[in-house]
Design a protein around this ligand. Structure first.
Ligand code: HEM
Length: 346
């Protein structure tokens, strides 16, 4: 069977795709930054719990429920944009792995509740219970991230959809894709770095050198490890796709160059324990990586589909309404966070 015959018919878009792509990339980077803090923060709390807990892990555990709520909320806009632009690919991959995908939603609810429980019952729980709980939450977050990587790579590989005919029960994963593991690990290791950076930022706010030193230790080591994971990821990409980063596409090649130089700068800023510089560089780097990932997706889908081919109906009014709601939503969230900080609950 020809895999492209499995791709459902193309949808129409209300507005020119460039708008949706820009919003996809912008909102996804926000989701990713927050996800990194939530996941990296959970790893830090879990690791510190092994050595009997610490001021840092107690403090961090109080922030994780709010951050996870923000991760989930910030995941919704990119989800909508992915579904709008890549509908025929992403709905199909979600159906192929439906069981794992739906379990992720339930698991996330349990994990969210678990974080609240961990914080509010911290004192009353036994040490073993506390450790068990935070490691359970960590496994859940790792599971959700893995399922997202599976979905986001399975949607790019209609040739892997043929697995459905041997396994029609919603249990198809993209495990035979050599790019899956390095891609997933690249995200997970960056979470360790950004979780560490978050601790360093807390340290700077509190003028606590212990926080800053611990945070930067995680930040620097994880970034060093991620150079290896990132190169592994690049090397296992299908040759034609890898070449877009090796001169075939000027934008992709330049971004890779900026990414490599930026990584060295990140390590330098981390070693010098410069909180503001590291934070600014990290945000820039996350955007660079997110745009690279977007170009990668287009390169994977190029044999089947081009975003420019989607018919546009030109109905802009719902889009304007969305933009207004987005701005109001962001202002409201910032206002609520400010109130929370003022009340001393952050
Ligand atoms: C805290 C749990 C979560 C973790 C650890 C997590 C992690 C990740 C990771 C690692 C990716 C990149 C996957 C890849 O490209 O290989 C990703 C992408 C994505 N996540 Fe999350 N995520 C979480 C929760 C959510 C939720 C609740 C939503 C939706 C409401 C969401 C929406 C998305 C979307 C739409 C993408 C792909 C965006 C794109 O392809 O441009 N995530 N997430």
């Amino acid at each position: 069977m020809i895999p492209s015959s499995l791709i459902p018919a193309i949808n129409t878009l209300a507005v020119a795709p460039i708008w949706l792509e820009t919003l996809l990339v912008t909102t996804f980077a926000i989701h990713l930054l927050l996800m990194n803090i939530a996941l990296g923060g959970t790893v830090l709390v879990a690791c510190h719990s092994l050595s009997g807990g610490s001021k840092i892990s107690r403090d961090l555990s109080g922030k994780l429920p709010t951050i996870l709520a923000l991760v989930i909320n910030a995941g919704v806009p990119p989800l909508l944009f992915v579904k709008a632009i890549y509908a025929q690919f992403n709905y199909t991959s979600s159906v192929l792995m439906a069981v794992y995908w739906l379990v992720a939603v339930v698991a996330l609810l349990v994990g969210y509740y678990g974080l609240y429980w961990h914080y509010y019952r911290y004192e009353s729980m036994k040490d073993g219970g506390r450790k068990g709980l935070i490691f359970m939450v960590l496994c859940i977050l790792l599971y959700v991230g893995f399922m997202l990587s599976n979905n986001m790579t399975l949607m790019l590989r209609p040739d892997h959809w043929l697995a459905y005919f041997d396994n029609p029960n919603g249990l198809v994963l993209n495990l035979n894709d050599t790019a899956l593991m390095p891609r997933y690990l690249h995200f997970m290791v960056s979470a360790l770095a950004i979780g560490g950076l978050f601790v360093a930022i807390l340290g700077k706010r509190k003028s606590d050198q212990d926080y800053v030193a611990t945070g930067f230790k995680w930040f620097v080591w994880a970034t060093v490890v991620n150079i290896g994971v990132g190169l592994w990821f690049l090397m296992v990409l299908p040759r034609e796709i890898m070449l877009i980063f090796m001169g075939k596409d000027m934008l992709a090649t330049s971004l890779l160059g900026i990414g490599l130089v930026g990584t060295v700068a990140l390590i330098y800023a981390g070693m010098k324990q410069k909180v503001v510089l590291s934070s600014v560089l990290t945000v820039i780097m996350v955007y660079v990586m997110v745009v690279m990932r977007h170009l990668l997706r287009d390169a994977y889908l190029a044999p089947y589909f081009k975003v420019e081919d989607i018919p546009v109906t030109g109905q802009y009014s719902p889009f304007y309404l969305f933009l207004i709601s987005l701005v109001i939503g962001i202002i409201s969230i910032i206002y609520m966070l400010k109130l929370m900080c003022k009340s001393g609950r952050s």
